[in-house]
Ligand binder design. Sequence first.
Ligand code: ADP
Ligand code: ADP
Ligand code: ZN
Length: 215
Amino acid sequence: MNIVLFGPPGAGKGTQAKEISENYHIPHISTGDILRDNVKNGTELGNKAKEYMDKGELVPDEVLIGIIKNRLIEPDCNNGYILDGYPRTINQADALDEILENLGKSLDVVLNIEVPDEELVTRLSGRRICSNCGANYHLKFSPPSKDGICDVCGGKLYQRDDDKEEVIKQRLETYNNQTAPLIGYYKEKDILVNIDGTGKVEDVFEDIRSVLDNL
Ligand code: ADP
Ligand code: ADP
Ligand code: ZN
């Protein structure tokens, strides 16, 4: 199953991708995670990307297209994958079509997770991440049992630089201007399915499951 998880920052793409990945045994490919790994390791790509990420802007298309091209030819993608955070521009979507066509594959579904803006701000500003294993928490909706410590591995939790209020605003604007037009793009291709992302994590996942099981 080749899935795109689409939606604004904070909609729950990473959270739902983890559920899908565990239940359907396909890899979760998050371009945000790949970029943050590069930033952490101080690679050339990471140093270049960081400038854009810190401002809440998109990293240039050619960088992302290169990343996705390399990732989708890995053998673990043979039985499908979940793309989280890619594509984010029409240009990236066109490039994805071409990459998939060359591999003899195509997208099965684009799940568009819908959450109103004020809820997105609440979700993003309360998000905390484990510096060791990457597990995702929310101060109010899914707090760790010990303050600042990961339940899974005991690692320290941190707040992403771009989850600070000023950058959140810019990211939502970037989404509305550059990424939201993809909704029409995929609607036209007849593979877009809207998912109400406002419920509990389990309830949103049940909606996604019923879509995937009927593909
Ligand atoms: P995205 O990958 O779309 O940016 P995340 O999956 O990281 O979004 O979720 C953003 C924040 O909201 C995280 O702190 C996460 O724990 C929380 N969250 C995700 N889904 C829900 C939900 N259904 N209800 C409440 N909080 C949620
Ligand atoms: P979100 O919580 O907004 O879904 P991500 O972790 O997906 O955040 O992305 C974080 C940042 O990484 C984005 O604000 C952007 O700067 C960069 N980024 C991630 N994916 C892409 C992409 N496909 N195209 C351009 N920039 C990207
Ligand atoms: Zn952890």
